[in-house]
Design a protein around this ligand. Structure first.
Ligand code: ADP
Ligand code: MG
Length: 612
């Protein structure tokens, strides 16, 4: 008896797009179906090794491609794990992944159906680019029953019980008129070699009366000798493993020998994936034990700040029959991690010498990579050395800490930085004025993570790392005090302190400003204003806020004039207005809201008018 079912709404929408897509490189469906067959073989192999009493090996694992010229069909068969009825319903016909709705609307928007199909792991549906009808006959390893699934991709699907001789899956495609090419064995051989050569199971082309022919190399790429692997093969394997379509920025293939032996084939993509900043920060390397796929979710195989690294680690020293949970705590795994991380850092050290090359990596992954300064205690100096930052030295080029140091003044003992929301605004921050005039470089940090790593890495080489607004900085500036200030500004600062008692902790005189009358600062050791704002935006704000300091510039004509006015009591109202405008202006340059916007707007125009 057959049972009719509807596709999940998202699947129906997706299929609608796939079926109507004008995408010309339709041959990618074959790579997707072969990749699924290969996954099914991986699963069965793992299963037979870990549960020998339940699962019986089904002979040599392989994938068979059978074209039928007369019937216009193409069948992709495997003797892997197979599917039971629930699997068919839950894995085919449903997209279980979160963000599916976004996914479907994305496809609509930019039309690159294939990139998205692959990235979101819904490769099976690409079959409908070439097939008017798809028939799946499958039997799960260890089960008695077999199942038939049929769909035209439009009106849902039908499931019924059937019989099958062995476990595994046959996927039969009834080819559309314009997809007849896919029964042509020359063409098939070509696309299999091009896109699926790295698959480690034999891909056998069934030539009917002419026999069978294994088309691919069928050995795990990472176990092969480097010298025998072409760039194209590395690239194709990268596409397969990462589900990305870009070219890798870095390809790193090595064999580690020593207390633990393993093969690693690692890649750094050239573009950031859409999920780089998902909260789980999952790493995605695939772990194999002696060529048996174990998992691509092994925590602790790669640190989170290198979660964008793709590839394979294969070690025969790890116990195969170990639970994935135990694996995570294995000391061997920690050694592998240590080894691969140091290899990656070593490679980056070479590449950072070529700025134009390195900036590509940095733009894609710098923000994630910098998390390592904060998180990876044992490598943080090295990670800091591999990080580059915007600075006042150059308008467009980023600088490394070592380059910064090479330009430091002879008497300079610190690397100075300022934090804020964006570089362009930071460049005009009044607190930079004296630094600029004295030719002291300041790093302009705008990523949230910058607020954190600067708390853990407080020195680099012999240099202290200092936020310019938090430190009392003696830049050795020599300026002549203006005549009018031979006394001091005490009367003015006292007045202002009293007036702003609710908003600022104190009002002080600073040497750091040259052009602006005032700037807002925080007490040494407290959270910077930028960090406080970040916390507030993430609703993590406790009631705690840093104590603000209003710093005024004793050289500024406005401050001088204001100070002079304090000698006459009849100026009281004016002084209050102007002081308030000065505080507001300091708040605005820090990206903070003014406390009374309508007062600000009113007085602002009033005083402009007075000056006209
Ligand atoms: P992905 O491969 O990224 O999971 P697909 O759309 O390609 O996404 O496949 C969906 C799911 O269908 C697979 O995860 C798997 O559970 C199941 N599947 C597809 N093809 C096979 C097969 N040949 N053997 C067993 N299961 C399969
Ligand atoms: Mg797939």
């Amino acid at each position: 008896m057959s049972e009719k079912r509807e596709f999940q709404t998202e699947v129906a929408k997706l299929l609608d797009i796939v079926i109507n897509s004008l995408y010309s490189e339709k041959y990618i469906f074959l790579r997707e179906l072969i990749s699924n067959a290969s996954d099914a073989c991986d699963k069965l192999r793992y299963w037979t090794l870990t549960n020998p009493d339940i699962a019986k090996p089904s002979g040599q694992l392989k994938i068979v491609i059978t074209p039928d010229d007369k019937e216009q069909t193409l069948t992709i068969s495997d003797n892997g794990i197979g599917m039971n009825k629930d699997d068919l319903i839950n894995h085919i016909g449903t997209i279980a992944k979160s963000g599916t709705a976004d996914f479907v609307s994305n496809v609509k928007d930019n039309g690159s159906v294939v990139d998205l199909i692959v990235q979101f792991g819904v490769g099976f549906y690409s079959a409908f680019m070439v097939a008017a009808k798809v028939e799946i006959i499958t039997q799960k390893a260890g089960d008695e029953k077999a199942w038939k699934w049929i769909s035209d991709g439009l009106g849902g699907y039908e499931i019924s019980e059937t019989t099958k001789e062995t476990n595994g899956t046959d996927i039969k495609l009834f080819l559309k008129e314009d997809a007849k090419d896919f029964t042509d064995t020359i063409y098939l051989r070509h696309i299999i070699r091009t896109y699926s050569d790295h698959v480690e199971y034999p891909i056998v082309l069934n030539l009917g009366t002419a026999g069978e022919e294994t088309v691919n190399n069928a050995s795990a790429l990472w176990t092969r000798n480097k010298a025998e692997i072409t760039d194209e093969q590395y690239k194709e394997f990268y596409h397969h493993i990462s589900k990305n379509f870009d070219d890798p920025w870095l390809t790193l293939h090595f064999k580690a020998e020593g207390s633990i032996e393993y093969n690693a084939l690692l890649y750094i993509p050239s573009a950031a994936p859409y999920d780089l900043f998902q909260p789980d920060r999952q790493q995605s390397l695939k772990l194999y034990v002696n060529k048996v796929f174990i998992s691509d979710k092994v925590e602790g195989l790669m640190p989170a700040y290198l979660r964008f690294v793709k590839g394979v680690i294969d070690s025969s020293d790890l116990p195969l029959n170990i639970s994935r949970e135990m694996l995570q705590q294995s000391a061997l795994l920690a050694k592998i991690k240590q080894g691969t991380v140091s290899r990656i850092l070593k490679e980056l050290k070479k590449r950072i010498k070529d700025y134009d090359d390195y900036i590509k990596f940095w733009k894609a992954f710098g923000i994630a990579f910098k998390e390592g300064i904060y998180e990876d205690f044992s490598n943080r100096e090295e990670i800091a050395a591999l990080s580059i930052f915007a600075s006042t030295f150059s308008d467009d080029k980023l600088t490394s800490l070592d380059e910064y140091i090479s330009r430091a003044k002879p008497e300079q003992k610190a690397i100075y930085y300022i934090t804020g929301d964006d570089v362009a605004t930071l460049r005009n921050n009044p607190q930079l004025e004296a630094f600029k005039e004295n030719g002291v470089e300041v790093l302009l940090l705008t990523d949230p993570i910058d607020e954190f790593w600067t708390q853990t890495l407080t020195t680099y080489k012999t240099f202290a790392i200092k936020h310019i607004s938090k430190a009392e900085i003696d830049l050795g500036i020599k300026r002549n005090k203006p005549k009018a200030l031979d006394g001091d500004l005490k009367k003015l600062t006292d007045l202002m302190s009293e007036m702003f008692v609710k908003e600022v902790g104190k009002v002080t005189v600073t040497e750091k400003l040259t052009k602006s009358p005032a700037a807002l600062n925080v007490e040494e050791g407290q959270m910077s204003i930028h960090l406080e704002r970040l916390m507030r935006n993430h609703q993590q704000q406790t009631s705690f806020a840093s104590t603000r300091i209003l710093e005024i510039n004793p050289y500024h004509p406005l401050i001088i004039k204001l100070s002079e006015m304090t000698t006459d009591d009849k100026n009281k109202g004016k002084i209050a207005d102007i002081s308030r405008l000065i505080l507001d202006q300091a708040k605005i340059t820090e990206g903070e809201p003014v406390s009374d916007p309508s007062f600000f707007a009113l007085k602002f125009s009033e005083y402009i008018l007075n000056g006209m």
